[in-house]
Design a protein around this ligand. Sequence first.
Ligand code: SF4
Length: 222
Amino acid sequence: MDLGFSCANCERVVCHTNHAKDGPDNCPTRLMGDTMERVKDEYLKLEVAEFARQASIQEFECYLQLPEGTTPRNPRVEETAQFAKKMGYRRLGIAFCAGLRQEARILDEILTRRGFEVVSVCCKAGGVPKETIGIAPEQKIAGPEHWETMCNPIAQAMVLNESGAEFNIAVGLCVGHDSLFFKYSNAPTTVLIAKDRVFGHNPAAGLYLSKSYYRKLRRKEE
Ligand code: SF4
């Protein structure tokens, strides 16, 4: 069903208030009442209820009320560790990109110091050549004549599944590889680092600059 939902372009945003039914004609809050009722039932499910409650408490605890106003206080690394503690997780999985090995190592150290058991798996685990998934020689980054190991997010997920990781953390997985990891991971996954090769893993910078230096991002295409 396509009812033209476009919260991104909404000018009313009344869902933030107790007048949530006063949204525009294409408002999902207005039009999807049955779905919203089913959603409530999902939050009552045993495996979801505590997760959702703790996530919301975590969100609350990320702010301080100071005399000069509300201010954020937790970097995402801190938030990740705090949330995992709240949920009572002992064993955390890190699924990282080979290009962010240093970051994965630092994260492993931080989480270990915070009392977690950490299991980490690199995207190249399995050592499978790219030809296996139909990559042509001229599509290899290092050049046609070189061996190139494919990123293997399914292996990362399955190894972490079998290692008993209770909560996974994605560190710099590529677009698409991350999707496969999410699909195959049994444990819930959070993203610590979203890879952006240009903007130092801060993809939002592309949006911030899309009306100035990176206008090309706004080009029209069919
Ligand atoms: S849910 Fe409705 S009111 Fe909220 S942003 Fe979307 S369209 Fe606007």
